[in-house]
Design a protein around this ligand. Structure first.
Ligand code: SAH
Length: 218
């Protein structure tokens, strides 16, 4: 069961969370404002209501997780989102990260390989306020060729390598933020498409994501 009541207490906890994120080095005011605006506890089972604003990842359905707020803020900041940009997100999960991108004014295309998680989001009434999010059920390794090219691509699962098709769906000048690594720890990368076949790579901190798996799951 989930609860959809946003009390003063929840709002207060959210402000404290934002202060924690500032202390950890998040500086993008628009990202911090998005996190201030979104009731993260709506995205979790009400069993987690008391802890929803701790800077931690939590389990959602299908052995998946809602990313830690710091991770969401970090990836959102690296993506340098501008209003109206077309963004592909791989790994919808709870749709919390997609909501942050929507609050930043992007046109969000988000894809999830787990049918149950995709279906849950269709039932999740809070998301109706974001007419700028489109939900897809499919394999993120394929991207969304019909809607490509994208200004930005954000991968929120651990990729063993940089998926070729996702790189190919970036506009020239477009950027992808993706955690890459085969073990427990991944390195956050930002890839910029300089020309049709020239890509620049920047390396950032280490993180630990659930794996990006191939194919779809019923
Ligand atoms: N962005 C999410 C984080 C979810 S964790 C949030 O804000 O809650 C990563 C998600 O990626 C999981 O839901 C997992 O099922 C999904 N995933 C893993 N491999 C995928 C793939 N190849 N295509 C699409 N989604 C994938």
């Amino acid at each position: 069961m989930r609860k959809f009541e946003d009390s003063y207490r929840h709002k207060g906890l959210r402000k404290k969370l934002v202060e924690v994120l500032r202390q950890k080095g998040i500086t993008d005011e628009r990202v911090l404002e998005a996190i201030t605006n979104i009731p993260r506890h709506f995205f979790l089972d009400s069993a987690f209501d008391e802890v929803a604003y701790e800077d931690r990842a939590f389990p959602i359905a299908q052995q998946q997780t809602i990313s830690q707020p710091y991770t969401v803020a970090y990836q959102s900041q690296l993506l340098l989102v501008k209003p109206y940009e077309k963004i592909l997100e791989v790994g919808t999960g709870s749709a919390y990260q997609a909501s942050v991108l929507a609050e930043l004014g992007a046109q969000v295309y988000t894809i999830e390989r787990q049918k149950k998680l995709f279906d849950n989001n269709k039932q999740f009434s809070f998301l109706k306020k974001y007419s700028n999010i489109k939900f897809f059920y499919g394999d993120g390794y394929e991207g969304l060729p019909t809607y490509a090219p994208f200004d930005k691509v954000l991968v929120t699962a651990a990729a063993p390598f940089i998926p070729e098709k996702l790189r190919g769906q970036l506009k020239i000048g477009g950027q992808m933020v993706i955690p890459v690594g085969e073990g427990k720890v991944q390195r956050m990368l930002r890839i910029t498409r300089k020309t049709a076949d020239k890509f620049e790579e920047e390396e950032f901190e280490n993180f630990s994501f659930v794996p990006m798996l191939g194919g779809k799951n019923n």
